[in-house]
Design a binder for this molecule. Structure first.
Ligand code: CA
Length: 232
């Protein structure tokens, strides 16, 4: 069953939406403030998040930014108040997929939810931003920073890093990296991967002999690990 997380602090709105979405066959989780919403998104793994912007504790914009920063890749629909055009722009920049302006009809919101779920069904949304340690990556603009300083990284290096981060904790073989990141029909040697990994490590401050982020799994390939999330 498709699981929707509704983060909204107005009880009447929550009740109305919950009833209607459940009637349409969705499972609905709710959270009445930003901090709880963030926690539920992390632990309950919803398929889609409906996120009000004006919320107690953490605003919807902050929740969206934090989730995307952690690699949360499910669709997010923002609820904005009429006249707050700036919130829509900021929301989309922070990684929201769509927004609906209050007051809206439940039918309209349901239609948006169905459209987004269709669009993203099966095809994993590509990670657009990621942060670990003091490294900040923006895969859409191909910009990277370490300790606030711009890093000179090629699109290929960033794509390689994105691919590993999207599969963090999972060992990815050199062959699969060549197929999916390079995409050549006649593959360059797997040493190409090793050369790129070595360059990547040097740029993000990782060590070749005792790596902390991009681990070498001998005889198999590589695995990205985010040390800040290791305990999870
Ligand atoms: Ca609100």
């Amino acid at each position: 069953m498709t699981k929707i997380l509704l983060v909204e602090d107005e009880p009447d709105m929550v009740l109305g939406l919950k009833d209607n979405f459940e009637f349409e066959g969705y499972e609905v989780l709710t959270a009445a403030d930003g901090a709880t919403g963030l926690e539920r998104a992390r632990t309950q793994k919803p398929d889609l998040v409906i996120l009000d912007i004006m919320l107690p504790k953490l605003s919807g914009l902050e929740v969206c930014k934090m989730l995307r920063g952690e690699g949360f890749d499910k669709p997010i629909i923002m609820l904005t108040a009429r006249g707050q055009e700036i919130d829509k722009v900021v929301g989309l920049e922070l990684g929201a997929d769509d927004y609906v302006t209050k007051p809206f009809s439940i039918r309209e919101l349901l239609a948006r939810v169905r459209a987004i779920l269709r669009r993203t069904d099966g095809t994993k949304r590509k990670l657009s931003r990621y942060k670990f340690s003091d490294v900040e990556l923006d895969f859409e603009t191909y910009r990277a920073k370490k300790g606030g300083q711009a890093l000179d990284m090629s699109p290929r290096e960033l794509e390689l890093l994105r691919y590993l981060i999207e599969r963090k904790g999972e060992t990815v073989s050199r062959e699969r990296l060549l197929e999916d990141v390079w995409g050549y029909e006649s593959y360059p040697s797997t040493r190409t991967v090793d050369t790129h990994i070595a360059k990547l490590r040097a740029k993000i401050g990782d060590s070749g002999s005792e790596p902390r982020y991009i681990l070498t799994i001998h005889g198999v390939g590589y695995k990205f690990v985010d040390p800040d999330q290791r305990s999870e």
